[in-house]
Design a protein around this ligand. Structure first.
Ligand code: DON
Length: 331
């Protein structure tokens, strides 16, 4: 039994499923050498590419952790999910969707091409960089510090501890974020940024640099799986509408231009980041099977060797195996 720092998070180890997960982590780790750590953000290149870890938290508070589950990593694009939820909480869904659409692109996460080709330049969705920078600019708060705070507060409410920002990763990307600045300048020109370019980039890169473990990510997945309700804290953290919209965006855009393949081969709402993290939400299933986690669960994965789309190679393999063995596919 484990009691969280604030006494609110009671979780118990799920021994029954531990051995299976450990074996699957071992199988999937072999695929890590097909990927590489992100090198366009210098600080991320220093990660150990052979690492793979997972944490699964069930709605009843049971927890399974295996492999390198305790390694700290930065959220990167997983933060786009939290930023989107925070903006919807602060301003309502309608206001946010006036500024960012909900269509997949089929392009790379940092692509600039559609902003100009499709008038009037509204970013296609909040899971690509253009959409996430737009969302970062409209977060509640008068300056970058307050805007980042609205994301940190939401994470704190979910995971039960205050997240920290990895300043090394932030500064490393701040100095090399030329393409993100190009996106932001374009968005500023077309009227989609609610603050200055440098402020929006600061918020966006700081949210990407929030440091977590697989357990934190699993807890976020758990709340999404339960339509915004935190089954361990017994509190509605955000509305069912926001949760369902976010999961729809995860299914259609969460794994970038590999989202279609991921939906077809794994079939669960998920969001990846270039640091090698994956957030997944498995909603409760109505029909009864003997699979574990029938009441839903959240999954956090870390495997820093990524493929050409920006998704953890071993992490995707691991999710694919678990989804198949435990009937997690939502379709
Ligand atoms: O803006 C970037 O390029 C990074 N901070 C985050 C990108 C990312 O995680 C895309 N993921 N697969």
């Amino acid at each position: 039994m484990e009691v969280g720092q604030q006494g609110t998070q009671i979780k118990f180890d799920n021994q029954e499923h531990l051995h299976k997960i450990q074996a699957w982590v071992q199988d999937s780790r072999a695929y890590a050498n097909l990927g590489k750590c992100a090198n366009y953000i210098p600080a991320l290149e220093r990660a150990n590419p052979s690492q793979l870890g997972i944490c699964i938290i069930g709605s009843n508070g049971s927890i399974v952790k295996a492999g390198d589950f305790n390694t700290a990593f930065t959220l990167q694009s997983i933060s786009k999910v939290i930023g989107f939820i925070a903006a919807c909480i602060d301003y309502g869904i309608a206001y946010v969707l006036e500024r960012v659409d909900v269509e997949p692109t089929g392009d790379a996460f940092n692509s600039i091409i559609r902003l100009e080709v499709h008038k009037p330049g509204r970013p296609f969705n909040p899971m690509i960089n253009a959409g996430a920078i737009t969302v970062a600019s409209l977060l509640g708060g008068r300056n970058p510090v307050e805007k980042v705070e609205s994301i940190c507060l939401l994470i704190e409410k979910i995971v039960g501890r205050r997240p920290t920002i990895n300043e090394d990763v932030f500064h490393s990307e701040w100095q090399t974020a030329h393409r993100n600045r190009a996106l932001a300048y374009y968005l500023k020109e077309t009227g989609f940024l609610d603050c200055s370019v440098e402020e929006a980039i600061e918020v966006y890169l700081k949210q990407c640099s929030i440091e977590v473990t697989t357990e934190d990510v699993a807890m976020i997945g758990l709340v999404l799986a339960n339509d915004g309700y935190h089954p361990i804290r017994k509190e509605q953290i955000f509305s069912k509408e926001v949760a369902r919209l976010t999961k729809a965006l995860m299914v259609t855009c969460g794994m970038y231009n590999a989202s279609g393949k991921f939906a077809a081969s794994v079939g669960i709402p998920a969001k990846s980041g270039v640091s090698g993290g994956i957030l997944a939400a498995i909603p409760p299933r109505g029909r009864s099977t003997d699979s574990p986690f029938m009441d839903g669960c959240g999954i956090g994965i870390y495997g820093p060797a990524i493929d050409e789309f920006g998704n953890s190679v071993a992490g995707v393999k691991l999710l694919q195996q678990i989804a198949r063995e435990w009937d997690f596919n939502i379709f």
